[in-house]
Design a protein around this ligand. Structure first.
Ligand code: NI
Length: 159
């Protein structure tokens, strides 16, 4: 990969980059990190990049995962409950548990615990997210599922 011309590597083994941002986005970021106690932007940006990588690298790899799909939806939208139930039955091999919370008189939240092939998990999330009435969805891939007991024991011994 070609390095950007404005990247400068110094003696501390860090690379400095220049980033163009709209002022609103930067202001919001600064407000947020100040409230979180960051002394400077650089550390907050480093943490943000680490979090971004952590969140996305699991889903780009193949294999089995466990995780949680969350959806928030408006149950007044005609047929939404039936469609969501039907979809979840279709993916019953992947879906282990669904928790339904009535957030207010119109809005429902479901936390759906899933385990299985990463591509299938993403398909479950995408199908649920695209249902009319679903206003928000998220996918947290929390754990790499190892089928081998020995591997699980090996991994835990490192912590
Ligand atoms: Ni409800």
């Amino acid at each position: 990969m070609d390095k950007d011309k404005d990247n400068v590597t110094d003696k501390d083994n860090v690379t400095r980059i220049g980033v163009s941002l709209p002022p609103n986005l930067l202001n919001r970021f600064d407000e947020m990190i100040e409230g979180m106690g960051y002394a400077n932007r650089s550390e907050a940006i480093r943490d943000s990049i680490r979090e971004y990588i952590r969140k996305n690298e699991l889903s780009e790899k193949k294999g089995k995962r466990a995780g949680v799909v969350s959806i928030i939806y408006d149950h007044d939208v005609r047929g939404v409950n039936d469609i969501l139930v039907e979809l979840q039955h279709k993916f019953h091999h992947i879906i282990k548990l669904t928790t339904h919370v009535h957030l207010n008189t119109h809005t429902c939240m479901e936390l759906i615990i899933v385990k299985g092939d990463t591509a299938k998990i993403k398909e479950v999330r995408d199908r649920l997210a695209s249902v009319r009435g679903v206003k928000h969805s998220d996918l947290l891939l929390a754990t790499v599922v190892n089928e081998s007991v020995h591997q699980v024991v090996d991994e835990s011994s490192h912590h």
